[in-house]
Design a binder for this molecule. Sequence first.
Ligand SMILES: Cc1ncc(COP(=O)(O)O)c(C=O)c1O
Length: 402
Amino acid sequence: MLDVNKIREDFSVLNRRGSYIPIYFDSACMSLKPDQVVKVMDDYYKEGFACVGRSAHRSGVQATKKVKEVRGIVAKFINAKNENEIIFTRNTTESINLFANSVGLSKGDIVLITDKEHNSNLIPWLFLRDKIGIIVKIIPCNGDGTFSIDNFSEMISGAKIVSVVHTSNLDGVTNPIKEISQIAHKNGALIFVDGAQGMAHKKIDVRDLDIDFLAFSGHKMLGPTGTGVLYGKASLLEKLTPFMVGGNTVSNSTYTNYEFLGVPDKFEAGLQDYAGILGLGEAIKYLNNLDWEEIEEHELKLNTYLTEELKKISKIKIIGPENGAERSSVVNFYIEGVDMNKIAIMLDEMANVEVRSGRHCVHSWFEDKKIYNSLRVSFSIYNTMEEAEIFITNLNKIMKIL
Ligand SMILES: Cc1ncc(COP(=O)(O)O)c(C=O)c1O
């Protein structure tokens, strides 16, 4: 069983004295960060590490070595073949933009996405549609939000790229990526996976799932803000043209010419967030010390409890499958005719419960379903059953006065 009390000791925000301690149920937006991650970043600045890949002095060499180490840690974490398949970015959104603008799409090329992608996996494609004339096709999910292999199979012919979310921030559903990648590859398409939500909740093995490209953010997996990753199979990354260029991407330049470095350097333009990258490495080490089965078991327990309690409240409609076991660490719901922002603010004021309300950057889905907004509870390794009970008790109080 996951030792949640021990885990909580590592998160200063959950132990602060003289101030309120949040019941933090907004981990799908951003996770909390353990002190170990903060310390590594602090050390980077205090101990005088310097520029990576440029300066020959000891501080520069030390920083270069440390960042290289993290590239290896990330590669191992997702079971990439080698560390050069890891490109550091600022976040998932940048990784998706990098891919979309580097993969060489042209007018008429077809990109398939699902009907509940985060704006970060919708807008870059719509933008390219408007800019160069690609065709964006939307795969309708089943009524309960699960992936429809039938709809996908009907639409795959002629597609160049399939870009789908791993675990949805809308309803917590994890897509059958292995099956999707098999079908995509059989039809000559590349598969790009938006892994923003899954990384801190499930083991993702890019080779087992046969993922061509994967994007994720450090800040949702116990790491710092401003850190992200684009993974790509080495043979495919070689074929991409850089999206952003400049310092650190070339081996030489003249006033009229330049020579790009190899992968991954040519994709990492300018000075990176080195402190953040070291923090990301530490976050992965932290996750590596936990047991994935125990994480999933813990989240399942919380999700099942919350789901069953919410089902007792007649006006509440849960988004996604009825069964909490199918929704990872997300419970998202709405009440017709009620602005869920109000409830979120009341929960915070009444009991320090911090949830997310709104449209969760999936406006397209809410527009299509004609739902105004929703309230999302999303949890992680540091949340307890007592916290879930406090949430339910206070929600019930609010329902009585609504
Ligand atoms: C599924 C999904 N994709 C992409 C993103 C964008 O992540 P970031 O803001 O870190 O780029 C998010 C963030 O909430 C997300 O949940």
